[in-house]
Design a protein around this ligand. Structure first.
Ligand code: G6P
Length: 613
């Protein structure tokens, strides 16, 4: 959830840390801090609020050194304030810690340490870690051993980075479980540490990912990795290819707007290399899917959180319709605790932009322990969800910075469509004509997305109309029911307007009671197999005095006669219509929030990567 950066080398650590944190601010942004070893002492600067506050603080009161760590926080224990911001120093001032995760037994540890005379300076769970390290230091030899001893006391999942003024030649980092990814970036005579790759990509492409229960001792010259049990680990250096320029805002006001507009490119890349238009076939080599495996698959479970779960719901319709394999979609945090019935003939497919969402990773592990094949559709290259899967599809969207997910929603829609066709093909359950038609339709996707984007000005007009509403109801049906969920989620996430997504047929069983002139209804009614049913939903809403904003297909002559406003969609093959339906909904939410002057990219209380349960 939180972002972590570390540096050791000949350069000034402060700007490197601040820059790295800037790229991680999407992980948490209610407070930030850094600690740098300056003339033999650890100097800490930290404050509540966004990173800009920390930068201002560092400008007023500069700090320089060659070893340092930084942190951007998403509060779990203790309100966002300067005293709760990381890094946390121990009582001697010689050891400092940043942490991502939750110390589940922190109350017990805090009591134990307090009884020994430790004075706590914050309300965080993290602070126990630094005191535990200090306590172990008095008994053990050196920081690495002390960290190992302290970490053995923690319950929960963690990423921890620490250094000591008494051992200025090293930074120690560890990972336990899935809450805190730790990546070590290898430079020439300098080393970098981060919770996530964007923080260090401008410095190096050679990285080592820590696995759970591994600890790295990082010096200027190199890195040594051991398990927390003390066994040496022969690690692999990986080369990553992400372009840091892609993570800049460019001409756009917000990352979210940029990312909405990037969908033509990201969808082109999603299809590129995977589709053989000549043969009418799909290739997803990283999935490791054999014809035998495809035929043996009796059931698919899609697990995900948030926006990714909505993509999964579209996937269910696609896979059941095209490949005739039964699919269940589960919110990952539910799946892991409901003792699902899965076996070796089940496939569990996780969808995750970050590949680090704790609930999703835990659900993957649950599936694996029950013998299922585990796949993932994931954006962040090298992330845990990619690494622990038996096969994966990489989203090809490039870094997504805006907390509200956009391009990482439409890419998996297309991935799931391709997966459905591939499964059907390998199971021998699709005739050649249908397969070729479905594959051919993929050609249209980037252009259709572009045509949706061209209509941004029309969507903005509707945004002005909705600017001051307090509630909104989104209705969709069939393959576009998840579009209603996703449209509503986008609006509530960034504009703070209460919005509900509902299966349109359910409206009469409850939400209809809410409809009046103050509850606008956004109806997703493209020309898909549920179109006529949607027309009657519009009539029902109008009959109760509702204001209806309808998404309709170009050329529709009925909807303009009954809806108050129409947002036009280009004609799209129905199985791909969730791609074109959601783009105006993304733009609508974006413009409402931007017109309200809100912090679109970093909405309150949210974080992009949710690495706590
Ligand atoms: C957070 C983000 C959402 C995202 C969800 C799942 O809640 O704010 O935008 O959909 O996590 O994240 P993932 O990285 O697993 O797709």
């Amino acid at each position: 959830m939180c972002g972590i950066v570390g540096y050791i080398g000949p350069r000034d650590a402060t700007p490197i840390i601040l820059n790295g944190l800037k790229r991680l601010e999407y992980r948490g942004y209610d407070s930030a801090g850094l600690a740098v070893l300056e003339n033999g002492h650890i100097a800490v600067r930290r404050d509540a609020g966004k990173l800009a506050r920390l930068s201002a603080l560092v400008e007023e009161s500069p700090v320089h050194g060659h070893v340092g760590i930084g942190h951007t926080r998403w509060a779990t224990h203790g309100e966002p304030s300067a005293r709760n911001a990381h890094p946390h120093l121990g009582m001697t001032g010689d050891v400092v810690v940043v942490h991502n995760g939750i110390v589940e037994n922190f109350l017990e540890l805090r009591e134990e340490l307090s009884a020994e005379g430790v004075v706590f300076n914050s309300d965080t769970d993290t602070e126990v870690i630094v005191h535990l390290i200090e306590r172990c230091l008095s008994r053990e030899t050196g920081l690495a051993e002390a960290a190992r001893c302290a970490l053995s006391r923690l319950r929960g999942a963690h990423g921890v980075v620490t250094f000591s003024s008494k051992e200025p030649d090293k930074i120690v980092a560890a990972r336990i479980g899935n809450a805190g990814g730790v990546v070590v970036g290898l430079g020439d005579g300098e080393m970098f540490l981060a919770s996530d790759m964007p923080a260090i990509l401008e410095h190096t492409r050679s990285v080592v990912f820590l696995e759970s229960r591994q600890m790295a001792v990082v010096t200027r010259e190199g890195v040594e990795i051991k398990t927390l049990e003390g066994d040496a680990v022969a690690y692999q250096v990986q080369s990553v290819a992400w372009d840091p320029i892609a993570a800049e805002k460019g001409e756009y006001r917000h990352f979210m707007q940029k990312e909405i507009h990037e969908q033509v490119r990201s969808l082109t890349d999603t299809i590129g290399g995977r589709v053989d238009f000549e043969d009418g076939r799909i290739h997803l080599p990283e999935l490791n899917l054999t014809p035998e495996k495809a035929r043996r698959t009796r059931k698919l479970f899609i697990i995900a959180c948030g926006t990714a779960a909505h993509a999964g719901m579209v996937g269910k319709v696609l896979i059941e319709h095209i490949a005739r394999v039964p699919v269940e979609v589960d919110i990952a945090s539910e799946f892991r605790y409901r003792d699902p019935i899965i076996d070796e003939d089940s496939v569990v497919l996780a969808i995750s932009q970050s590949g680090e969402t704790a609930d999703t990773l835990a659900a993957m592990e649950e599936a694996r322990s029950k013998g299922a094949t585990v796949w993932s559709i994931v954006n962040v290259i090298g992330s845990q969800a990619m690494r622990i899967a038996n096969g994966y599809i990489s989203m090809q969207t490039g870094p997504e910075i805006g907390v509200a997910s956009t391009k990482a929603y439409t890419a998996p829609l297309v991935d799931l469509y391709m997966l459905a066709v591939l499964l059907a093909d390998l199971r021998g359950g699709i005739d050649e004509r249908t397969r070729r038609r479905l594959v051919n339709d993929l050609r249209l996707v980037p252009d259709l997305a572009g045509r949706c984007l061209d209509r941004e000005a029309d969507v903005e007009k509707v945004a002005r109309f909705l600017l001051n509403v307090s509630h909104c109801l989104y209705l969709g049906r069939g393959i576009n029911m998840p579009s209603a969920y996703e449209g509503a989620l986008k609006l509530k996430e960034i504009s703070y307007i209460h919005a509900e997504g509902y299966p349109a047929g359910e409206m009469k069983h409850g939400p209809i009671a809410l409809i009046d002139r103050d509850m606008p209804v956004i109806v997703i009614a493209p020309r898909d197999p549920w179109y006529e049913k949607m027309l009657s939903q519009i009539e029902q809403a109008k009959a109760r005095g509702g204001i209806v904003i309808a998404l309709a297909t170009d050329g529709d002559e009925l909807i303009p006669g009954i809806a108050d406003h129409v947002i036009w969609l280009p004609e799209t093959p129905w199985m791909l219509s969730p791609v074109t339906a959601v783009i105006p909904l993304q733009m609508l939410a974006y413009h409402i929030a931007a017109l309200r002057g809100l912090d679109v990219d970093q909405p309150r209380n949210l974080a992009k990567s949710v690495t706590v349960e």
